[in-house]
Design a protein around this ligand. Structure first.
Ligand code: LLP
Length: 421
């Protein structure tokens, strides 16, 4: 459930009318709901109740400082994948001992930054990374806490670009080699092995692949313990999907996921970490856009809106579906018609939906893209020299701009001209 509902025919974010925000900040823009963010965080936190656990929000989904601070104040840890994310988490008040560092390509300077500022653990993804981490930690007189990310060779049954748990993917070390790699790690004085990490993909709508992967992790935990390693923490990654299409069957809920974790791993007595991103932020955000023109094409009508692929890349990049709804609710029984909904960017890939049934719309009408709070603003670019669109956070009957639209001068002046020009 989210907090974007119609009231008397007008779309609201909590207690604020979307049209009011549009009038204040201009379109297009992203808007997030505090109550929805907190509700989703709490759903995971409660689902793991009874097990020692930490929900480390995967901030790649939405790393606005205000979003991070909202979650950090509720007790969330963070999963970071770059120096920038680490610094954003720290800036939002997250202590180092609640930050986990994931990613296949951590650089020496990123490792140093995290060791200096404090880190809960590094999720190590390869032997060469392990060697670098050991050397950097020793050179700083520190010991780096690590898990090793294992690749369980499980088909996550999601879009190929966001599946990560098959042996052909670049992530983790093959689970069959895990015991050997843990032996190597245990011999490195700059490292302290604390557990195991696994993440098999994103937007999973079935628990079976998770369960298969976690069963393999449970077996590995017992083997590694028998080999003499201390395995006290299991990082289970993120990946639980959200209902992008309201007309489809809903994916499992955090409570179902929590029960499955308890069942497959509860007996091991480990501390559990999870790294959800999309499920926390996805349905906590909308992208709101205005219709610029309605254009009659050959056998189809185009709704040309002021939002584009640079603002929300998911449809162009993953053929992703986003529900698109009018900000003024259509009357019951109102006539619907199919539209191709497109942005102004100069390529055909700038298409959000084809032949989407919508009520009749006109220039000046507002539409809202649902489920745009995760992997929306963070993946935006200034392609076509379009300014990054503002982000707004709603809290009850209040709203605040949490990232403003840059001016064109700011954009132009980020470039510098060499002296020979
Ligand atoms: N942990 C790790 C190590 C990850 O790589 C990811 C996502 C997550 C956690 C969070 O997964 P989530 O709970 O959000 O599914 N841009 C794509 C999604 C890429 C996900 C990358 N990794 C999209 O828009 O669908």
């Amino acid at each position: 459930m989210d907090h974007f509902l119609y009231r008397d025919g007008a779309l609201f974010a909590e207690d604020v009318a979307i049209s009011e925000i549009a009038a204040a900040v201009g379109t297009p823009f992203y808007v997030y709901s505090t109550a929805t963010l907190l509700r989703h965080f709490k759903a995971f936190d409660d689902a793991l109740d009874g097990m020692d656990h930490l929900v480390c929000y995967a901030m790649k989904a939405n790393s606005n400082q205000a979003v991070l601070k909202t979650l950090a104040q509720a007790g969330a840890g963070m999963d970071v994948v770059s120096a920038g994310e680490y610094l954003r988490a720290k800036a939002a008040g997250v202590p180092g001992d609640k930050i986990v560092f994931s990613g296949v390509g951590k650089t020496v300077s990123e490792i140093r930054l995290a060791l200096e500022g404090g880190i809960r653990q590094f999720n190590v993804e390869s032997e060469p990374e392990m060697e670098v981490l050991d050397a950097v930690a020793r050179s700083m007189g520190k010991v780096a806490p690590i898990t090793i990310r294992v690749n369980p060779d499980v088909d996550a049954k999601t879009h190929a670009k966001i599946a990560t748990g098959k042996s052909e993917n670049k992530f983790g070390i093959p689970i069959a080699r895990a015991r050997e790699v843990y032996r190597m790690a245990a011999a490195m004085p700059g490292l302290e092995v604390v557990g195991i990490d696994v993440h098999i993909g994103s937007q999973l709508t079935d628990l079976t692949p998770f369960e298969l992967a976690y069963q393999k992790v449970a077996e590995l935990t017992e083997q590694l313990r028998a080999d003499g390693h201390t395995i006290r923490r299991l990082d289970l990654g993120g990946g639980l999907g959200i209902p992008y299409e309201r007309s489809n069957a809903a994916p499992p809920l955090p409570t179902d996921y929590g029960a499955m974790v308890q069942k497959t791993l509860g007996h091991l007595g480990c501390e559990i970490e999870i790294e959800p991103g999309r499920l926390i932020a996805g349905n906590a955000g909308l992208m709101v856009s205005e219709v610029i023109y309605v254009k009659s094409g050959e056998g189809r009508d185009f709704l040309i809106i002021d939002g584009a692929m640079n603002d929300l890349i998911r449809p162009a990049m993953y053929e992703a579906h986003h529900d698109i709804i009018p900000v003024v609710e259509a009357e019951a029984g109102a006539e619907q018609q199919p539209y191709d909904i497109v942005g102004p960017v100069c390529e055909s890939g700038d298409t959000f939906a084809k032949q989407r049934m919508m009520p009749k719309l006109a220039a000046g009408d507002l539409v809202a893209f649902r489920s745009a709070g995760a992997y929306g603003a963070v993946m935006a670019s200034e392609y076509n020299s379009r300014a990054l669109i503002p982000e707004v956070l709603v809290h009850g009957d209040q709203f605040a701009v949490i990232r403003r639209r840059p001016t064109f001068d700011e954009m132009i002046n980020r470039d510098t001209i060499p002296e020979w020009l």
